[in-house]
Design a protein around this ligand. Sequence first.
Ligand SMILES: Cc1ncc(CO)c(N)n1
Length: 448
Amino acid sequence: MRKPTALSIAGIDTGNGAGAETDIKVYEMLGVHGTLVITAITAQNTTGVKDILVVNKEFFEKQMKVILEDFNINNVKIGMIYNKDQYEIVKKYLDGKIIVTDPVLFAKDGTQLIKDVDDYKRIILPITSVLTPNAVEASYFSEMKINTINDAKKASKIISEKYNIPYVIIKGGHLNEEFSLDVLYNSMKDNYLILGYKRINQKNTHGTGSVFSTILSAEITKGNSVENAFRIARDILQVSIEYGLDIGKGIGPIDPLIFLEKNSFKYQVIEDMNKFADFVQSTANFYKLIPEVQSNLAHSIPSSYVKDLNDIATFKNRIVKNWDNKVNIGFPIVFGKPTHTARLLYAIIQKGKRATSLINIRYDENIIKLLGKYGLDIIEVDREKEPEYNIEGKSMQWIIDYVYEISHNIPNVIFDKGMKGKEAMIRIWTEDIDSLIDLLNYVCKNIN
Ligand SMILES: Cc1ncc(CO)c(N)n1
């Protein structure tokens, strides 16, 4: 196997939230082999940088030589780099390569991570291809206040011209707006690309800069344009922040690997639903469970990872009983469709249940009896008690709120006998797909 290879010049964060470890995590997750030249070891955790042991000039250069004489490196990412000696060695060996530089002047707790700042400006910035300052750093390099998106545009161009940097991205995390806006200035085209994402209220944001700049470097290494790399980086960053880790006593790290994890969870959901479809089609009596409005299965990734309906899949065209009692599975499997079953499952998960699978089936007293015999808890909902509203999709939330209020729990079987214009219905949820298949199989075997 061949793999594109890149180099990160960074410090070690012993708490594994930013720096070299994060860079390697991100490179590997995106299919790039990441190598390292270490600038310093920080004694660091989520509450801050407690001390810094700088790698001396000779050993710094030794690492550089060893890496470059072996690997074919054309892409570099620079994070924490400490002093003038290190800048000069970097220039000597790496000038002319594609360099993404994250100018980490200060850590989150204010610790200075770059010492000889004037030399840094003179030596590192002019060999940089893509610079990724936040608003505070950009303000420092451009010597202007940055309060608005227009300020950020102006500053990015000033920095680009002043230091001869082809691309400058000013990250808006520090700009005070409802949306976080990032500005990319492309000096060759003299144009801007602005990306806006909803600000996430979540305190665990350690490592945001390292993750962002390494995604850029990885995507550029694979041949993507800087613009596309920027879009990909911003997308992945958003989920990485949403799933920031509540570990440590301070500012916990964001989790870039969630991007892979979520994709693999979703793949498992699809496999489960295919298995469920096979079960339905090989079970002779299944048609007896299908109501007039037809059935659907809602199936989610592990419930603790569910953020919204996009994490829940259903069959786009339901599970349908034909005139000849054959059952059709309405493929394709789709995530994010706001069906009754998906909303119901979502509402149950919101109540803290480890639910992942839910189906609606026909109401029949005998089916209720069988479900009881099988050992499931059952509750009846009186839909006459439901208030009238005209907002689509509220009913499912009401059902779950009502059930929770009267039983302080969400039993696995929730049924109602219907009312005018609303068909009676049984809804069953389980913690996993196999439990749902087993119990439906029992019902189908014993129904007459
Ligand atoms: C080693 C290291 N690199 C970068 C940062 C910036 O987040 C940090 N805190 N520590």
